[in-house]
Design a protein around this ligand. Structure first.
Ligand SMILES: N[C@@H](CCC(=O)N[C@@H](CS)C(=O)NCC(=O)O)C(=O)O
Length: 368
C-alpha cells in the first residue's frame, strides 16, 4: 500500500462491532494500515458527530484530517483510490450481484445478528460487559448499571423494539440457520464465496459473521457444530492478504449463490418494500409479514430506502446486455418484482450524496 498522506488511518469503533469488523476485514485483506481506537461515549461520539454528521461506528479519520463514515461507500472509495489490489470483481455482472449480497449481509443479517447477541442472557452478558469496559467507561454509573442500561437500549432498539418478540424468535433464528447451510455448501467447495481469492462479497458477509455470529456464544456454538467450513472461512478471511493471493475468481454467478438470492427475493427485498411503504406513510413503526414471519412494530429505516435506491442505481449503470442477464437471474430468484415494486422512493436524490465524507442527518437511523 502506498505511503500516502492519508495513512495511517484511525478507525473508531468497537472490537465487537459488526461494521467495524467488516471494515477491519477489508483493510487487512487489502493491506491498508489502520489503528483501531475505541469510540467512547460521550467524548469520541461527540467529536465524530461534529466531523461526520453521525456517531455511528465505525468512523475513519485519515491522516490528512478528513473523516469518513459508512462502511459500504468507504470501501467503494478505497477501491477507486487504490485499485492495485482490489476486492471488486471486474466483471460487471459479478460486481452487481456482489453489491446486492453485500447490502443483504449488511442490512438483513443484521436482524439475526442483533437478536442472538441481545436476546439471550449469555450474549447480552458478554456484549454488555465488553462494551461497558471498552466504550462506555465514561458513563457516571456503576458497571452493573451500565451493563443493564446498554442491554435495555439494544433490546429496545434492535430486537424487541424492532419487531422481534417471542413469536418471531424462531423465524429470525431460521434466517441464520439457513444462511449457515447456504454458506457451508459453498465453503465445502472453495475457500471464498466467489472463488480462490476473497472478494467484496466475503467482506460483506464478514460484517455479521466476524464480530457477531463467530463471536457471540450462542451463534458461535451453532456455527461450530453445524457449519465447520464456515467457522474456518471466518478465520481464513481474517488471515488473508490479497497481495499474497494467487487464486482467481470463478466465471459468472455461481449456482450455489441461488439459495442466497432466493432469500433476498423472498425476505430482504419484500422487507425493503414494506419499509418504503412505512417511510412514505410517515409511520415510524410498521407491521410486515416477511417470508411467513409476522414482524410487529418494526422500526422504519430511512437509510434502507437509500440502500434500495443504490441497488437500483447499480442495476441501471449496467450495459444493456448485462442488464438482460442480471434480470434473468433476478427474476429466477424472485428479486426483480420487489426491486422495482415502488416506482417512486420516498427519498430525494441528493440525500447521502456526500458519503463517505459526510452523513446526511436526515437519513441516519442511529437509535437513541
Ligand atoms: N451503514 C453503516 C452502519 C453503521 C452502524 O449501524 N453501526 C452500528 C454499530 S455496528 C451503530 O453505530 N449503530 C448506532 C447505534 O446503535 O446507535 C455502515 O455500514 O457503516
Amino acid at each position: 500500500m502506498p505511503s500516502d498522506s492519508i495513512f495511517p488511518a484511525t478507525l473508531y469503533g468497537s472490537s465487537i462491532s459488526y461494521f467495524t469488523g467488516k471494515l477491519e476485514n477489508y483493510f487487512r485483506i487489502k493491506g491498508i494500515p489502520y489503528q483501531l481506537q475505541a469510540l467512547t461515549h460521550p467524548t469520541q461520539a461527540k467529536r465524530i458527530t461534529a466531523k461526520t454528521g453521525s456517531s455511528q461506528m465505525p468512523a475513519l479519520e485519515l491522516a490528512d484530517g478528513r473523516w469518513m463514515s459508512d462502511s459500504t461507500p468507504i470501501i467503494q472509495w478505497f477501491e477507486d483510490e487504490y485499485p492495485a489490489t482490489t476486492v471488486t470483481p471486474t466483471d460487471p455482472l459479478q460486481r452487481f450481484f456482489s453489491l446486492l449480497l453485500e447490502d443483504y449481509a449488511d442490512e438483513w443479517l443484521w436482524r439475526p445478528a442483533m437478536h442472538y447477541r441481545w436476546h439471550y442472557e449469555r450474549g447480552a452478558r458478554f456484549a454488555s460487559t465488553h462494551l461497558t469496559e471498552e466504550i462506555l467507561t465514561e458513563l457516571p454509573l456503576p458497571k452493573f448499571m451500565t451493563r443493564r442500561w446498554i442491554t435495555r437500549r439494544q433490546r429496545n432498539g434492535y430486537t424487541l423494539g424492532d419487531g422481534i418478540t417471542k413469536d418471531q424468535v424462531a423465524g429470525v433464528e431460521a434466517i441464520y440457520l439457513r444462511t449457515l447451510d447456504q454458506l457451508e455448501a459453498i465453503f465445502r467447495e472453495r475457500p471464498f464465496l466467489l472463488g480462490d481469492t476473497p472478494s467484496l462479497v466475503d467482506i460483506g458477509f464478514s460484517g455479521p459473521f466476524f464480530r457477531h455470529f463467530g463471536l457471540d456464544p450462542v451463534p458461535a456454538e451453532l456455527m461450530r457444530q453445524r457449519a465447520p467450513a464456515v467457522t474456518e472461512w471466518v478465520a481464513r478471511l481474517w488471515n488473508t492478504r490479497l497481495e499474497n493471493c494467487k487464486g482467481s475468481l470463478l466465471q459468472g454467478i455461481p449456482d450455489d449463490w441461488g439459495p442466497i438470492l432466493d432469500e433476498i427475493g423472498g425476505h430482504y427485498l419484500p422487507y425493503l418494500c414494506a419499509n418504503v411503504e412505512a417511510v412514505a406513510a410517515g409511520q415510524r413503526r410498521f407491521d410486515a409479514d416477511i417470508g411467513g414471519v409476522q414482524y410487529r412494530r418494526a422500526r422504519w429505516s430511512k437509510y434502507r430506502v437509500w440502500c434500495l435506491q443504490q441497488l437500483r442505481g447499480h442495476f441501471q449503470a449496467l450495459a444493456s446486455s448485462d442488464q438482460q442477464a442480471a434480470r434473468v437471474l433476478l427474476e429466477r430468484h424472485h428479486c426483480w418484482e420487489p426491486l422495482w415494486r415502488h416506482k417512486e422512493l420516498p427519498i430525494d436524490d441528493t440525500v447521502c450524496s456526500q458519503l463517505p465524507f459526510q452523513v446526511d442527518v436526515k437519513m441516519i437511523d442511529v437509535y437513541d
